[in-house]
Structures are given as structure tokens and as C-alpha cells.
Ligand binder design. Structure first.
Ligand SMILES: [Zn+2]
Length: 75
């Protein structure tokens, strides 16, 4: 199954790759999508970027990958 970027609709075969793409792109629409998802969860795009850069592992990517998976049905 392919996973679509909820913003630009590009596809990858894993949600983690889409998460990496979202951080890598980091333009306004991609940032805004992550900020919107984090509103009720208490994080922002910048928070996740900092966490990814300062802690070992892929925690931020995994968080965003899960949101991307949940969003697939609405794309
Ligand atoms: Zn995208």
C-alpha cells in the first residue's frame, strides 16, 4: 500500500518516508499541516524538529507517520 503526503499528495511505500519528506520539505503548507495535527496534542512542527535533532531514534518521525496513516482515509 502506498502512503500519500496529506499536503502535496506525493506517494511513498511507507508512512515513515512520508514523515521524512514532510520534515525535509518543511515549507509553509507542510508545516501548517503538522501544526494543525499537533494542536490538541500539544506539539508543533518546530517542537518535533528540535526533538528529532536532539534525541536519539525516530520518535518525531514515528509520531508524524502515525498521523499520516490516520489521514489516509480522508485523502
Ligand atoms: Zn508533501
Amino acid at each position: 500500500m502506498n502512503f500519500k503526503c496529506p499536503v502535496c499528495k506525493k506517494e511513498w511505500n511507507s508512512s515513515l518516508q512520508v514523515a521524512r519528506h514532510m520534515f525535509g520539505t518543511g515549507d509553509k503548507p507542510h508545516k501548517a499541516w503538522i501544526d494543525e495535527q499537533g494542536k490538541d496534542k500539544g506539539f508543533t512542527f518546530i517542537d518535533l524538529m528540535i526533538e528529532q535533532a536532539t534525541t536519539p531514534g525516530n520518535k518525531s518521525y514515528v509520531t508524524v507517520a502515525e498521523l499520516i496513516e490516520k489521514a489516509q482515509g480522508k485523502l
